[in-house]
Design a protein around this ligand. Sequence first.
Ligand code: PEP
Ligand code: MN
Length: 266
Amino acid sequence: MNASLDILPLSSWINTEGKPLVIAGPCSAETEEQMLETATQIKEEGFAHVIRAGVWKPRTRPGSFEGMGEAALPWLQVVKQQTGLPVAVEVATPQHIELALKYGVDILWVGARTTVNPFNVQELADALKGIDVPVLVKNPVNPDLQLWVGALERLNQAGVKKLGAIHRGFSNAQEHKFRNSPMWNIAIELKTIFPQLPVIGDPSHMAGKRAYLYEIAQRALDLHYDGLIIESHRDPDKAWSDAAQQLTPAALGQMLHDLHVRKESY
Ligand code: PEP
Ligand code: MN
């Protein structure tokens, strides 16, 4: 396949002191207090480089919590101010991009249900023209490497040079141990096509259950991934979305401590 990306190295837009990038935070921003308490605990644990939070939530079926929307963005400004850490948010429309940037969001990510749609991705790419913000692209929900590649190319052609991929696994037709099958070979192939592209593992959305996070995170590190994005909530069982897969900041700190980072690869 003939493909290349004109991108900047991860180290040029975030300083991780040579360690894998760690993005942590709740699946969803629920209240200002939940956001601030979770982020403060994450900061105190000392492992995270970026705080994540879902503001617009792409729920598979209507009727569940769809995110707090714009109302949550000022909370993230407070989080930034109090922790000194940059914040990352999922965007699915040009309006999300405009609002996120208006409130100072530092890093954007494209969700798995958006990457599947080239029209949707192109709209985001057009909205990002001339804007210097890092964008991470989750794999599409279905195991189609070309859609993932195409989304990265569309954004890059629009001038997004601070670009990375998030491997969050692929949805299963049948019941499976993991909520989303990792299908590691697809991400490995992406890395073969774009050797300089940072790839970040998302054990939370692959595992679906906190018991499986460790093994998936370790596998990602063994494959020399550039980082991890993991959901963390001050009170995981009470989370308004993805309760079963979130960890307290303290439990996440312990898990990251226990993971074996093969330093020679970094
Ligand atoms: C999320 O990160 O909370 C999320 C909705 O992820 P995905 O797009 O991978 O389902
Ligand atoms: Mn989630």
